[in-house]
Design a protein around this ligand. Structure first.
Ligand SMILES: Cc1cc2nc3c(=O)[nH]c(=O)nc-3n(C[C@H](O)[C@H](O)[C@H](O)COP(=O)(O)OP(=O)(O)OC[C@H]3O[C@@H](n4cnc5c(N)ncnc54)[C@H](O)[C@@H]3O)c2cc1C
Ligand SMILES: NC(=O)c1ccc[n+]([C@@H]2O[C@H](COP(=O)([O-])OP(=O)(O)OC[C@H]3O[C@@H](n4cnc5c(N)ncnc54)[C@H](OP(=O)(O)O)[C@@H]3O)[C@@H](O)[C@H]2O)c1
Length: 440
């Protein structure tokens, strides 16, 4: 039962897909339109797939951000930099002999189902198109690269950009900058901007929980992980209380309070936002009402002139190589069982298409193992995948506010548990409870 599999993307999800498919003896062809392994973590000064800034460090901590098969180096800090992560992913690819299976600078243009059920994959390089047949498709093209812009009445006459295109903060030196959003990009951009800008302000349309990077000297996600055995509602209450005890209310910083307990939105992890607000370096603003030239008018009637507006308003899920009548997850629900199995098309696997409260690639690794085992006949999906996919949408790990960024959320620990249940017991025993390499 050896299959010929096309893997789209050589980011953290694509490389673990390739590694685990090769482990099961499948023939693997990875295509990536970039020039190196690492996806989002391959920083570039030029516009590219990557959305990281020159200063990005991860927000999911080291112990929870490593492949089970390949621990992060011992000398890496709790929150490695984007350079360290890129090196880690490239070392993974070298260690497991993946490079000969990857073709770079190749864009996957089109994936079509042939009448016999196989996939016809059309790629393009230097304007030349090639089509090849594959038994199965592993879709690992990432979901943080196609910018979602907000729309307001009027036109902003200064520079309007998206966080995807923020590269170096020297571009903001001496400028008046407005940052839109309360997610991790917004808070990172505000903090870095305020070090060099003439003015940095941040506009939130609602209240968010801001989690410090460390609690009692430990990375916050590992502290949160200690509570993974308590019911969700209690975990949310305890976490909310803990954050309030450490930082106080948002109103102490001039920001709106969160509408619900922790977990109602994707967590924002940042230890410097509040610090800089209380040093007068970042000023809070409410939601935007409209633009008037280089002036932004806010919903409370206040206004301010800016040179730059940075929309840190998230990303669309996008699979431009599929006919939208076949697959389109850019709006609304994403009904995939285990966030990877399509209800009706058996030979397509989405790897990494989920948003954990934690790190993506350990879950992508487990998904890849399940995919590889199914393709070699060692694992069989349930016959009611369709129903299970719908159940998963109806009963998410967290009830979150219904905004576009919250369609694929999972609880890191609960999701890993569900994936591990589909793998042989010896694999689970080998891992015990925590990922290999964990020290604390
Ligand atoms: C600033 C920032 C910080 C982040 N920090 C964290 C963090 O701390 N922890 C965490 O878990 N996640 C974080 N993320 C989320 C990030 O998406 C994941 O870390 C990770 O990169 C996902 O891996 P992936 O392989 O699924 O996707 P990507 O890393 O996006 O890789 C996708 C790959 O597919 C290739 N590709 C895409 N389309 C095509 C095509 N049509 N043809 C050929 N190749 C294609 C791309 O070139 C790329 O190499 C962060 C995201 C951002 C933007
Ligand atoms: N250092 C890091 O590791 C780091 C840095 C950046 C990003 N990331 C990761 O990258 C991913 C993307 O993060 P992101 O921050 O770019 O996007 P995001 O999580 O989707 O956050 C977008 C933010 O913009 C707001 N927003 C969206 N549309 C808006 C509108 N029309 N008007 C006003 N506000 C609007 C959202 O508010 P609502 O909640 O109301 O929708 C949210 O606060 C996440 O997984 C994140 O953890 C990590």
């Amino acid at each position: 039962m050896k299959k010929k599999v096309c893997v789209i993307g050589a980011g953290p999800s694509g490389i673990t897909a390739a590694k685990n498919l090769l482990d099961e003896g499948h023939t693997v062809q990875v295509y990536d339109y970039g020039h190196e392994v690492g996806g989002n973590w391959v920083f570039s000064d030029k516009p590219s797939h990557s959305s990281v800034f020159e200063t990005t460090h991860i927000i999911s901590s080291k112990t929870l951000s490593q492949y089970d098969d390949f621990p992060l180096p011992d000398d890496y800090p709790d929150y490695p930099s984007h350079q360290q992560l890129a090196a880690y992913f490239q070392n993974y690819a070298r260690h497991f002999g993946l490079y000969p299976h990857i073709q770079f600078n190749i864009l996957v243009k089109k994936c079509e189902l042939a009448p016999d059920g196989s996939w016809m994959v059309t790629t393009e390089r230097d304007g030349v198109s090639t089509t090849e047949r594959f038994d199965a498709l592993a879709v690992c093209n990432g979901h943080h690269w196609k910018p979602r812009y907000p729309e307001y009445p009027g036109t902003f006459s200064g520079k309007l950009m998206h966080s995807h295109d923020v590269k170096r903060f020297s571009d903001f030196a001496g400028k008046r900058v407005l940052v839109i959003g309360g997610g991790n990009s917004a808070c990172d951009v505000a903090v870095e901007s305020c070090r060099v800008s003439a003015l940095t302000e941040i506009s939130w349309r609602r209240g968010y929980w801001i989690v410090p990077k460390f609690i009692m000297g430990k990375p916050s996600d590992t502290v949160g992980g200690l509570l993974r055995f308590v019911p969700n509602w209690l975990w949310r209450k305890i976490t909310s209380q803990m954050i309030k005890t450490i930082q106080g209310n948002n109103s102490a910083y001039g920001l709106p309070e969160p509408e619900d307990d922790f977990g109602f939105h994707h967590p924002t992890v940042n230890s410097e936002l509040f610090y800089f607000m209380r040093h007068g370096k970042i000023k809070p603003r409410p939601d935007i009402d409209h633009y008037e030239g280089n002036t932004v008018v806010f919903k409370d009637g206040s206004k301010q002139e800016y040179d730059v507006v940075v929309a840190c308003t998230g990303y669309y899920i996008s699979h431009p190589f599929f006919d939208t009548s076949l697959i389109n997850y850019s709006e609304g629900e994403v009904p995939l069982y285990l966030k990877m199995l399509h209800p009706t098309i058996q030979n397509i696997y989405f790897i990494g298409l989920f948003q954990p409260l934690g790190c993506i690639w350990p879950g992508a690794e487990l998904q890849s193992k399940i995919m590889a085992r199914e393709l070699s006949g060692q694992w069989k999906r349930p016959s009611n995948t369709n129903k299970l996919a719908i159940d998963e949408v109806r009963h998410p790990d967290f009830q979150q506010i219904k905004t576009p960024r919250h369609t694929i959320t999972v609880n890191y620990h609960a999701f890993r548990k569900r994936l591990l249940k589909e793998l042989p017991p010896d694999y689970i025993r080998k891992l015990s409870v925590v990922p290999v390499g964990r020290k604390d």
